[in-house]
Design a protein around this ligand. Sequence first.
Ligand SMILES: Cc1ncc(COP(=O)(O)O)c(C=O)c1O
Length: 384
Amino acid sequence: MIYLDNAATTWPKPPGVTEALVNFMQNVGGSPGRSGHRMAVEANRIVYDTREALATLFDMDDPLRIVFTANVTQALNLVLFGYLRPGDHVVTTSIEHNSVMRPLRYLQSLGVDLTVVPCSPEGVLDVADVEKAIQPHTVLLAINHASNVVGTIQPVADVGEIARRYDLLLLVDAAQTAGAYPIDMNQIDLLAFTGHKALFGPQGTGGLCIGERVDLDRVLPLTRGGTGSQSELEEQPDFLPDKYESGTANGVGIAGLGAGVRFVLEQGVENIRRHEQMLTERLLAGLQDIPGVHVYGTHDARRQTACVSFNIEGVEPSDVALRLDEEYAIMCRPGLHCAPSAHRTIGTYPRGTVRFGLSYFNSIEQIDAAIEAVHRIASKARVA
Ligand SMILES: Cc1ncc(COP(=O)(O)O)c(C=O)c1O
């Protein structure tokens, strides 16, 4: 079995993640940040340790500036709905996932001005176009760190420099990069991440890192309710992370996420990146050599994550994926990948593509087997 759907969610998880989940369920069990007994205190310690590991990974001084959410979608919604008001202007790109695009389209219907900067057909964002889109009422730049369709890595440091120069905030959707590519919070104001991809946590985890330039008074919470703190008040606490963390935390999930992030720190993001880049280079070269196969993106492993989109002439992406699964036990994801605008950008809407999402746990042998399987499917399609 070869799992190449890691851009959707990673599998397998590293050693320690399942153990952390089981340990929480069997031995910890308490409600983090609520009661004062030993089980609750231990749960709270585990949650704090995960915050600390994430702060180390993203180069942040204060772990309390990390807010846990259920996934990156919720973190993105927190910023977009909490920060933008009718009459504000926001700049995004044509390569975004629907987790950014759908909230923004809805906010547009409520009176928020939106500019979608087009990326090139390879999925590349030109920072000059971002700067040109800025208007006097612009308050936010919302860009994805890497495309979940073609993997293209966007120039976050340059966009961050523009954000600071124009006194705007930069929100980055790091769903595809957190854990797999270096991230420096010093360039970013709001970093939304998901826990179940390259951070190797379980599904149902994610969060938002909040930079020092963010005025918390301007960012409203998405939910209000019990936080375990200031229980005497009927108003929401105004401090981090409690302001944005109402309701009992996903303690068990956060325990698993902590183990995933510690694995990433032990291995080193640079080493993870090096392995994935090597596999991507091999996959790109192998697929491009196959007659009838069209590969999208920059065709340059240095400029993308380990996420590769392609099509086989004359075969629907869903049929390719089905055959890969049924005949070769290779799992991948066909279609539009929740990113119709990205597919319009690269010219594959509405058909979509076949996407191979690689991870640190894939081997050279698995990549070669996947190339061979695509070769066979493409050869049969040419004969037919
Ligand atoms: C770029 C990007 N943004 C957002 C998401 C949504 O992730 P989640 O479902 O974990 O919220 C994904 C993953 O599917 C993604 O790749």
